[in-house]
Design a protein around this ligand. Structure first.
Ligand code: C2E
Ligand code: CA
Ligand code: CA
Length: 402
């Protein structure tokens, strides 16, 4: 485990025996330094004096004086919060809820361990710490003007993530995900620049004029080679409040030589819509021109039943938050299966995103989900690699392109 030996880990646990066991396990795993606290108050004192040095906090929930939930709330307010692993013997529904709470408080949650911890699950959660941290810190550094400079220097490129027929494993299309080839930082992911753009209404420029055109052009070239594929593009609902957008989108796509029927717009809702009228006008117009409309991140935030009822959607995309653990978490599985059943009755195609293993794929297939997308099939890749993926998928009788 390369990254673990320069970690400083704080164990917060009121039970002496359990705390000692965790400390010993961390030493066996090669952690550089282990600190201990018997309750939330002691932990908070250590965190406030040593904050940037402590990389990971392993935290029990039920403790005297200050419990784990309160500790997480305070810890989330720190300038540079440590990553957290929750360790508890409580039931799964409660642990899941506290997990959501921790993230809502701004905590980088590495995962939840149901007691007793094992070397294996402790080690694999600690492993998650290293790559995440570095990226997140970099992510926050870009200002809007840096992002716009990158846009005007043409440093943004679409990556493509395959969508497969869940039964035949045939490649049906790809979702476009924006990537920034930064001259110093290398490949930068959307979380580092989409929020800035969204806040200042410039997102429209990026998604539409640049990526939309590139995505449409890529799909046109696939189709010219005889590949019957669609392309999916993310559109933020916030960028649809100007009633001329539908026409601009249609023009860009048609000029790039693609019939709108081969493009699916994945609609994400990241804030409460103030003005529903213009967005609905745009979406109705886009649908009439032939674009597919997909409800993205279904089941989270503002992407729920009300959304579904008022927009002429053709596809429902179940959020990866439910898909990724549907083979181990009964509540997630229920959400996944009932969303698929509901979508079918509404006449919508279903896509599961965030498929990370065979067990999840099997559940989705059995539940009648039409399409699967996720790291288990392939990570997002550039256009050239995507064409290679297509060739392998085609040659292998669709044995997911590997
Ligand atoms: P999204 O639309 O929900 O996209 C799926 C995200 O999940 C992508 O992250 C993708 O790389 C990742 N992913 C795919 N398969 C798996 C998997 O099996 N496991 C896990 N853990 N993750 C998986 P990415 O590329 O970082 O994009 C993040 C978000 O940024 C997207 O979420 C989308 O909302 C937004 N975004 C990306 N490109 C654009 C764009 O051009 N315009 C707009 N408006 N938003 C964009
Ligand atoms: Ca999406
Ligand atoms: Ca999503």
């Amino acid at each position: 485990m390369p990254g673990v030996n320069n970690l400083i880990v704080l164990v917060v646990e009121d039970d002496d025996f359990q705390r000692l066991t965790l400390v010993q396990m961390l030493r066996v795993l090669g952690v550089q330094e282990v600190l201990e606290a018997g309750d939330g108050q002691q932990a908070l004192a250590l965190l406030s004096s040593l904050s940037p040095l402590i990389s990971v906090v392993i935290c029990d929930l039920e403790m005297p004086n200050m419990d784990g939930m309160e500790l997480l709330r305070h810890a989330g307010q720190a300038q540079n919060p440590a990553s957290v692993i929750i360790s508890s013997s409580k039931d799964q529904a409660l642990l899941d809820s506290v997990g959501v709470m921790a993230r809502a408080y701004g905590i980088n949650l590495l995962g939840v361990i149901k007691k007793p911890a094992t070397l294996k699950n402790l080690g694999s959660l600690l492993d998650r710490h290293v790559p995440l941290k570095r990226k997140d810190v970099d992510a926050l550094k870009f200002t809007l003007s840096e992002v716009l400079q990158g846009v005007s220097d043409k440093q943004f490129e679409p990556f493509f993530q395959p969508k497969l027929d869940s039964k035949t494993e045939k490649l049906l299309g790809a979702e476009v995900l924006a990537r920034w080839y930064h001259p110093e930082h290398g490949l930068v992911y959307p979380y580092a620049f989409i929020p800035q753009l969204e806040k200042d209404d410039h997102i429209v420029g990026l998604t539409m004029l640049l990526l939309l055109e590139k995505a449409a052009a890529a799909c046109r070239t696939w189709r010219e080679r005889g590949l019957d594929l669609t392309v999916s593009v993310n559109i933020s609902l916030a960028s649809l409040n100007d009633t001329s957008i539908a026409d601009q989108i249609t023009d860009v796509v048609r000029l790039a030589g693609l019939d709108p029927r081969h493009m699916i717009l994945e609609i994400t809702e990241t804030m409460i819509m103030q003005e529903v009228g213009p967005a609905l006008e745009n979406l109705a117009r886009l649908r009439m021109r032939g674009f597919g409309l997909s409800v993205d991140d279904y089941g989270t935030g503002y992407s729920g039943l009300q959304q579904l009822m008022r927009v002429p959607f053709t596809e429902l995309k179940i959020d990866q938050g439910f898909v990724t653990d549907c083979s181990t978490n009964a509540a997630s599985r229920t959400v996944v299966e009932s969303s698929i059943a509901m979508a079918r009755r509404l006449g919508l195609k279903t896509v599961a995103e965030g498929v990370e293993g065979q067990a999840e794929w099997d559940i989705l297939k059995a539940a009648g989900c039409d399409m699967v997308q996720g790291y288990f099939i392939a990570k997002p890749m550039d256009n050239l690699m995507f064409l290679n993926f297509w060739a392998a998928n085609n040659a292998n009788g669709n044995s997911h392109g590997k």
